[in-house]
Design a protein around this ligand. Structure first.
Ligand SMILES: [Zn+2]
Length: 190
């Protein structure tokens, strides 16, 4: 089922999400719904609070981004291969590189807004995958950026929180419009 995406302004996007308990039986359905929602919105990542479930779960799909890049961009932005299509349950980022880089980010919950955000180039993350197997993976480049963006959602952080004060101020008017419901999105929102 395609779920409506929660728009900026809703308190669930500022909530610290809770771990998913081992006996949580709604998990397969929630994961299936989130993948369907992500595909229909043409996004690259989606966190459970964005569909109004304050749980520590997100998905990232960077393969289609990889496929749309030319060879130079692939080598630069995907140094560790062709992207991922992965589910992260109860994740913990354990290592972040001192090396950082800037790139443009947007968010399905904040339609019509983009900003350049500085983030670590690579991270190591421990999590349970969709089959509840424990994984420890290191991601770099654009995939690492997507993982960090979604991970932030689990702690109620949004990408523009990382911006310097002046840049944040420049976005304030547009954010206020979204908060008041003045936005256009090509997917269902609420
Ligand atoms: Zn987002």
């Amino acid at each position: 089922m395609i779920l409506p995406i929660i728009a900026y302004g809703h308190t669930v996007l500022r909530t610290t999400c809770t771990d998913i308990p081992a006996d949580f039986d709604g998990l397969p359905q929630l994961m299936a719904d989130m993948w369907q929602t992500l595909e229909s919105s043409r996004g690259v990542g989606l966190a459970a609070p964005q569909v109004n479930r304050p749980l520590r779960l997100f998905i990232v799909e960077s393969q289609s981004t990889f496929e749309h890049l030319d060879e130079d961009e692939r080598l630069t932005l995907f140094p560790d291969g062709g992207g991922i299509r992965e589910t992260f349950i109860n994740p913990v980022i354990t290592v972040a590189s001192a090396q950082t880089w800037e790139d443009e980010e947007g968010c399905l919950s904040i339609p019509g807004l983009w900003a350049r955000v500085k983030r670590p180039w690579s991270i190591t993350i421990e999590y349970l995958d969709a089959t509840l197997q424990r994984q420890v993976r290191t991601y770099t480049g654009l995939t690492a950026r997507m993982v960090q963006h979604e991970y932030d959602h689990l702690d109620g952080r949004l990408y523009f929180d990382h911006l310097p004060p002046l840049q944040k101020k420049l976005l304030a008017g547009k954010l206020e419009k979204v908060r008041k419901g003045h936005y256009r999105a090509a997917y269902p929102m609420k």
